[in-house]
Design a protein around this ligand. Structure first.
Ligand SMILES: [Zn+2]
Length: 177
């Protein structure tokens, strides 16, 4: 950064070499200040005295700019993933599961306790003769699986969002260091 003097209010205006030949806005009077070409700009007093050389300065600026982009992109990706997770979570919550395998077995047990011994024997004979005939899959099971699929998607989106957020934080930390 180099020090320009605002022609409107005489305040010092910092100008980066990237702005050479262009304009910067004066922070004091908010008017546009013309920035001289790079050769003339470099003759002006520097604002950041600690930077060792121009090339280092440029490299640092380019790098931090790239990192800021990466940080913003990761933040956006993370946000989208969390939105996706929320969407899947809402879908998961909105599917009312009519039953589980456990409750289904409970129901069957109750049925078998209620029916007569002769009926039970007939049922047993049927099973030995024809085998166990199960309508595939049970409707409640299909709904359960659909609900489970939404839950899996929500978890996957959430994990991806968390990962992007963690990487964003790591990139953000390194930028400050
Ligand atoms: Zn000014």
């Amino acid at each position: 950064m180099y020090e320009l003097i605002c022609p409107h209010c005489d305040a010092t205006v910092p100008a980066s070499p990237a702005k050479a030949g262009g304009e910067v806005v004066c922070p004091a009077c908010t008017k546009n200040v013309a920035v001289p070409k790079l050769g003339e700009l470099k003759k002006l007093p520097r604002v950041d005295q600690d930077a060792s050389s121009d090339s280092d300065d440029n490299a640092a600026h380019g790098l931090s700019g790239g990192r800021s982009m990466l940080f913003a992109m990761l933040g956006a990706v993370s946000l989208l993933c969390f939105l996706g997770a929320a969407f899947c979570g809402v879908n998961w919550a909105s599917i009312e599961s009519p039953g589980t395998t456990e409750s289904h077995i409970e129901g069957l047990k109750e049925n078998y306790e209620q029916i007569s011994a002769s009926r039970l024997i007939r049922e047993y004979e049927d099973i030995t003769e024809y085998g166990v005939d199960i309508p595939q899959p049970y409707p409640y099971r299909a709904i359960e699986l659909r609900k489970q699929a939404w839950a899996n998607k929500a978890i996957a989106f959430g994990a991806a969002g968390l990962l992007a957020a963690v990487i964003a934080v790591v990139v953000g930390r390194r930028k400050k260091a």
